[in-house]
Design a binder for this molecule. Structure first.
Ligand SMILES: Cc1ncc(COP(=O)(O)O)c(C=O)c1O
Length: 404
């Protein structure tokens, strides 16, 4: 008798997305007639800006061709124009258009690290890094970020994790899931360590414009002398409220990185053509929209944070950027609490869906009392979502008393 073929260890080890893990339970709750306030996923409720909607057009001759692997020439140039608006200088030869920031993460990890190599990452982190690292056998080495504000630890704590196999440091700024914005000196410390140890810096600046209370975003590209070490991971998903368009990029001034990225891009032929064309106008002239967006999310941040501060035993710091907030709750198992919200709780026909903290951590068993909320709903809905969270905690049978 023949045995069944088996999947690879990598295939087995790629973790499920913590953001989507509870989706089947949400579908069951909805089937029972419960309305769900979704603050679990960074899916803005905002329509895409008119510049994008008007630019999504069928081609005149009906032919939808492959785009060049590097990207549509206009889109590549438009990315460079966009970078000029945020004081970052890239030329067309530095940019490869990707199918979302997700693909940019995968390309950059493969471009810098071989199987068994190590990449330092701040923990908690955006969960896709865990998935892509597992898929290419790259070891993520976590540096813990302490709650509630999740800022970087002293430089020694980063530096003492470097080994002969370390190839890069990943910086997500502004942070997902943390909502923190790196100060100039924090990023300077990372850049200095990278320079001294000849490491790449994979700088994920997907939320670049979403910095609140007048904070200036500092880009890894603002450090002279480090241009060839920085690999920019980027996406229009959040800054243009267009997650489903799937347009991102990898940009690098290091010709070997650009060449490797382009060859990876050739392996998948191209990114979607019509979608790339649709972002050109806004990339060339982004500021009015991104300024409006920053103000809108700052206001949503205020509403969410003020509401969270009234939840007994919740520990939270005021988020500085992106559109996420990590909250420490009086629960011992955030995964269980997240499931329970969908299976056993409702008030007036409604419940709230959160992203449990552990899925954002590289380090096992971390984040057991943390949840991430994405403030991507209208303000009154955000208020209601936090109100439901407070009511749920009061009713949760496994609530821990007097701790958070
Ligand atoms: C930090 C970070 N990087 C990259 C991405 C990927 O974005 P995209 O939707 O373009 O794949 C996300 C999406 O949530 C993100 O939060």
């Amino acid at each position: 008798m023949t045995s069944r073929p088996t999947v690879s260890r990598r295939g087995e080890q790629v973790p499920a997305s913590p953001i989507r893990a509870l989706a089947p339970l949400a579908a069951q709750a909805e089937a029972r007639g419960t309305r769900i306030l979704h603050v679990n996923i960074g899916q803005p409720d905002l329509p895409a800006p008119p510049e994008i909607l008007e630019a999504i057009r069928p081609p005149a001759d009906g032919v939808i061709p492959y785009a060049p692997s590097q990207g549509q020439p206009d889109t590549v140039e438009a990315w460079c124009d966009y970078y000029a608006t945020v004081d970052v200088s890239y030329e067309p030869r530095d940019v490869v258009v990707t199918t979302g920031g997700g693909e940019a993460i995968g390309f950059s990890l493969v471009a810098v690290a071989d199987p068994g190599d190590e990449v330092i990452i701040f923990d908690p982190t955006y969960a896709s890094y865990l998935g892509f690292a597992a898929s290419c056998n790259v070891k993520l080495v976590p540096v813990p970020l302490p709650p509630p504000d999740y800022h970087l630890p002293p430089a020694e704590e980063i530096e003492n994790r470097i080994t002969p196999r370390t190839k890069a440091i990943v910086v997500i700024n502004p942070g997902n899931p943390t909502g923190s914005v790196l100060r100039q000196e924090e990023l300077a410390a990372v850049m200095e360590i990278a320079q001294r140890h000849s490491l790449f810096v994979i700088s994920d600046e997907t939320y670049r414009e979403l910095t609140f209370d007048g904070r200036q975003h500092v880009s890894a590209l603002h450090f002279p002398g480090m241009e060839e070490s920085v690999i920019m991971v980027d996406s229009v998903s959040k800054r243009f409220s267009a997650t489903g368009l799937r347009v991102g990029c990898v940009a690098s001034k290091n010709t070997e990185v650009s060449s490797a990225t382009l060859r990876l891009a050739q392996a998948r032929l191209s990114s979607p053509t019509i979608e790339q064309d649709a972002v050109v106008a806004l990339l060339r002239n982004p500021t009015a929209y991104t300024t409006w967006l920053r103000n809108a999310y700052q206001s949503r941040r205020d509403v969410t944070y003020d509401a969270l501060r009234t939840v007994p035993d919740a520990k939270v710091a005021r988020p500085e950027g992106a559109f996420y907030v990590m909250v420490t709750l009086p629960v011992a198992d955030a995964n269980h609490f997240g499931r329970w919200l969908l299976t056993d709780f409702e008030r007036d026909g409604e419940t709230v869906m959160i992203a449990p903290g552990p899925g954002f951590y590289v380090t096992p068993h971390m984040g057991m009392s943390e949840v991430r909320l994405a403030y991507v709903l209208e303000e009154s809905r955000l208020q209601r979502a936090v109100e439901l969270l407070g009511q749920a905690l009061a009713a949760y049978p496994q609530r821990l008393e007097g701790v958070a």
